[in-house]
Design a protein around this ligand. Structure first.
Ligand SMILES: Nc1ncnc2c1ncn2[C@@H]1O[C@H](COP(=O)(O)OP(=O)(O)OP(=O)(O)O)[C@@H](O)[C@H]1O
Ligand SMILES: [Mg+2]
Length: 232
């Protein structure tokens, strides 16, 4: 699903956003990316959805070559992926059902079908009764659930989430994590960048640690900061 080979992105002569990042993620995997602030987690996700280019290295995401993405290729890649960000990025002047269905319509799904999908997804995330309300009246956790529904409306092969629980309290955060696990059980590959220690301890899955643009694979027993830094 994801293959990166020695992807490097420089910020200055001695500073790297990504440094020799090599990563393979198989279809159906659930992967967490963690590490200190500024270590490159968001940059890595942006590379994966074609929002950041890189100076050297190679990358393939869902069969698309990141080194050769033209406009149409990039648009196709985006349609194949689901994206969730810390700030839900909903359109406040549209009811939530339209926020979700619009993402399908933009991808070419006829409006009735798009709206039916959106309604089904809103039921799944427990907001079926709120379909016609503005995102403005929702709590942060609810907004984030809508943003997840929007990311899923085109049945993505890969879901990328950057700090999806970053602004949520523990309960709302757990709801989002549960939904992500469920999505993964349905076959979608999931990659999450997160600081959230609770998420990390709760989801005992493959965890990657970033440090100054480098990616270090960790086992499932958590990580020892000092050892990682000393190894570099
Ligand atoms: N477009 C850019 N131009 C210059 N510097 C950038 C750019 N994008 C990212 N950076 C820098 O790259 C480094 C990695 O940033 P990134 O946002 O990927 O970190 P992060 O691990 O996601 O951090 P956080 O945990 O705070 O979200 C930081 O030093 C950041 O300032
Ligand atoms: Mg970030």
């Amino acid at each position: 699903m994801i293959r990166l080979y020695k992807v490097t992105k420089r910020l200055g002569e001695h500073k790297f956003a990504l440094r020799d990042v090599t990563l393979n993620v198989a279809p159906g995997e659930f992967v967490l990316v963690t590490g200190p602030t500024g270590s490159g987690k968001s940059t890595l996700l942006k590379v994966l959805f074609g929002d950041e280019d890189f100076a050297s290295g190679r990358g393939i995401v869902n069969g698309r070559n990141l080194n050769r993405l033209d406009g149409p290729g990039l648009a196709s890649l985006r349609r194949e992926l689901g994206l969730v960000f810390q700030d839900s990025r909903l359109i406040d002047r549209l009811p939530i059902v339209d926020n979700v269905s619009l993402a399908a319509e933009v991808a070419g799904v006829p409006r009735p079908e798009a709206r039916a999908r959106a309604r089904r997804l809103l039921e799944t995330i427990g907001l079926g009764d709120h379909a016609e309300v503005s995102p403005l009246v929702l709590s942060a956790g609810e907004r984030q659930r809508v943003s997840l529904a929007r990311a899923l409306v085109n049945n993505p092969a890969l879901l990328l989430a950057d700090e999806p629980t970053g602004s949520l309290d523990p309960d709302a955060s757990n709801e989002i994590l549960d939904l992500l696990v469920e999505v993964n059980r349905g076959g979608t590959t999931v990659v999450i960048a997160t600081h959230d220690q609770e998420a990390l301890s709760l989801l005992r899955c493959r965890t990657l640690f970033m440090y100054e643009g480098r990616l270090i694979e960790e086992d499932q027993s958590g990580f020892d900061d000092t050892r990682i830094v000393a190894d570099l």
